[in-house]
Write a protein that binds this ligand. Structure first.
Ligand SMILES: [Ca+2]
Ligand SMILES: [Ca+2]
Length: 308
């Protein structure tokens, strides 16, 4: 191997499997709106955890199903499932959660999976990368809700065999983290879960987020030239204005070099180009100035990823 080829190999960005977009959902039934919670099959693929599908059959809906259509064959390596109603922690307990689900693929083959009864996303690896144009998820048994018998699933993601352009994150640390409340937790890992309404929030009792930081380790040394961020709470435009957002940051790399970056004050994904590409095994972002929210004095970041 020539030296230049060896270097190219070593400097390739480490990438993880991409999450499929543009999935079409159908369901055996849909529950009517209740307590302001709108159930819909399309909620399974809207990249929001607080929006669920809830089945609308009698009892706990054993045998009810949702079906994801990919519009052609895809190689699915794993499925990530937000089981239950993630509207908030209380409603997660109120509605039934699927326990055993049967996955059915377009070739008719099936795989039975037992889920945990935990308020965490669960990744199901498929026995071998499965080539399929659809996945049907059928509820076989449930963990009973404490108020309603209907069974909910809030989000489903499919990872396919093609590499993602995002650098693979192996660990995330933050200077402080806001304690969990009745709605959700605010852990740093929420910044890289593809979910728009889950976020890291700093937990300083008195500060507004200035000088708080988030540090990301990559699975391997990776060349990055831009980052993508959903700045603040991107749950809704209303909540976005209520909480603190980042205005500027210093970003430092494993070789000790730094750059100053600026963010737009918008509740959407934004790309921030670096002045030059950096090959690095980790990135630390220290937020240096903050835009104040109207109600909560915590600075949050909903999504953060690094691209070549
Ligand atoms: Ca959803
Ligand atoms: Ca998130």
């Amino acid at each position: 191997m020539s030296l230049s080829l060896l270097l190219t190999t070593l400097l390739l960005p480490s990438a993880e499997a991409a999450v499929l977009k543009g999935v079409t959902w159908t369901a055996s039934s849909v529950a009517p709106e209740a307590d302001g919670i709108v159930s819909a099959e399309k909620n399974l693929g809207d990249f929001k955890q607080a929006t669920p599908w809830i089945e609308g059959e009698e009892g706990s809906g054993l045998g009810s199903f949702v079906k994801a259509d990919f519009g052609g064959d895809k190689s699915i390596s794993s499925i990530i499932l937000w089981a239950g109603c993630w509207y908030n922690n209380a409603y997660w307990k109120h509605y039934s959660r699927p326990k055993v689900v049967v996955l059915e693929f377009s070739d008719g083959s099936t795989q039975e999976v037992t889920l945990k009864d935990e308020f965490i996303p669960q990744e199901i690896p498929l026995s071998s990368s499965k080539k399929t144009s659809s996945v049907k998820i059928k509820v076989k048994s449930v963990y009973n809700g404490d108020a309603f018998s209907d069974t909910a699933i809030s989000e489903v993601m499919f990872k396919d065999g093609s590499p993602d352009d995002r650098a693979t994150v192996s660990a995330v640390r933050a200077s402080t983290t806001l304690a969990p409340d009745g709605d959700a937790n605010y852990e740093a890992r929420n910044g890289s879960d593809y979910i728009q309404d889950s976020m890291w929030c700093e937990g300083s009792k008195t500060g507004d987020g200035t000088n708080e930081w988030i540090e990301v380790d990559f699975a391997a040394s990776t060349t990055i030239s831009q980052l993508k961020i959903r700045n603040g709470v991107t749950y809704s435009s209303e909540l976005f204005k209520k909480s603190n957002r980042a205005a500027t940051a210093t970003i430092s790399f494993s070789d000790g070099s730094t750059e100053t970056i600026k963010f737009s004050d918008l509740p959407f994904e934004q790309a921030v180009k670096l002045a030059s590409p950096h090959t690095t095994s980790k990135v630390k972002i220290t937020f240096t100035t903050v835009i104040k929210g109207t109600e909560f004095n915590d600075m949050c970041v909903s999504e953060l990823s690094f691209l070549p």
